[in-house]
Ligand binder design. Structure first.
Ligand SMILES: O=C(O)CCC(=O)C(=O)O
Length: 266
């Protein structure tokens, strides 16, 4: 697909698969870095400092540790913990596609590793990201880059194509037990949902209003993804009365070469 086909597919369906975004060497470096971050998490765990940190344990795992590593569900703010994952947010082929959808100026809302550990990986109930994010209008784009092959068996992402064109809803708790239904809402038509299997190194982009989720990982290998959410500076920061009234976002592209951009609650 060329960039205008990307844009029209994304506008209609709310998601887009990018094949072969990372080569084998980038995938191997990502795996090494994930191992290193698990060692960091282990040290925090042993000092009883994991709670409240950017490292989150799998809430439904049968034990806190497996193979002498903490069983982690995700690591937030990876750009602060890993030069590799910070740099990956600016991977040029990826940034070019996001710019073709959002414009030249790009800010980073989120940098996360979503980890679905072997045997223990919990399900992600269906939801819309913008229902949880203090950003208006709800028009951010997330990329989820598969670092192993992602399949329906190990909990690949599921989407409801076109659902970004509907309203925003409240979805409740996202992390779910492996056997829980993927939504407790009975007014959501899930019949159009599809699995988005990905080869390691490929990625899926999705609109922040797209209804999506993922199944459990009961296989004996992990399913990890590097996830980044981008937005245009036209989007306003609206945290409500309780959130921090100012927030600084990293610049990924454009913005006349600035490296950070502060937004004040508006
Ligand atoms: O990686 C996954 O399994 C789901 C991620 C997701 O739904 C999200 O971060 O919004």
């Amino acid at each position: 697909m060329d960039s205008s086909q990307h844009a029209s597919f994304f506008a209609e369906h709310g998601y887009l698969v990018l094949s072969d975004l990372l080569d084998k060497s980038a995938i191997a470096t990502s795996h090494q870095e994930i191992n290193r971050l698990h060692q960091v998490a282990l040290q925090l765990f042993e000092k009883d400092q994991l709670n409240g940190s950017d490292y989150q344990l799998e809430p439904y795992a049968k034990s806190d540790r497996a193979d002498d590593k903490p069983v982690l569900r995700k690591i937030e703010n990876t750009r602060r913990h890993s030069l590799w994952f910070s740099t990956l947010a600016s991977h040029q082929p990826l940034v070019c596609v996001i710019q073709s959808l959002l414009g030249e100026d790009l800010l980073l809302f989120r940098s996360t590793l979503m980890l679905k550990p072997a045997h223990h990986g919990s399900a992600h109930a269906f939801h819309q990201d913008s229902a949880y994010w203090p950003m208006d209008p709800p028009s951010l784009i997330t990329v989820s880059i598969a670092l192993e092959d992602a399949t329906p068996k190990n909990g690949c992402i599921k989407v409801i194509p076109g659902s970004h064109q509907g309203d925003l809803h409240a979805w409740g708790h996202i992390a779910q037990d492996q056997h829980a239904p993927l939504t407790e809402r009975n007014d959501v038509d899930l019949s159009g949902r599809i699995d988005v299997p990905l080869k390691a190194g490929s990625a899926v982009l999705f609109h922040s209003k797209l209804v999506h989720g993922s199944g459990a990982n009961t296989t004996n290998t992990s399913r990890n993804t590097a996830l980044y959410a981008y937005f245009s500076p036209d989007v306003q920061y609206r945290p409500g009365a309780n959130g921090p009234q100012r927030r600084t976002f990293p610049v990924i592209a454009g913005m006349q070469g600035a490296t950070e951009h502060e937004m004040v609650a508006g």
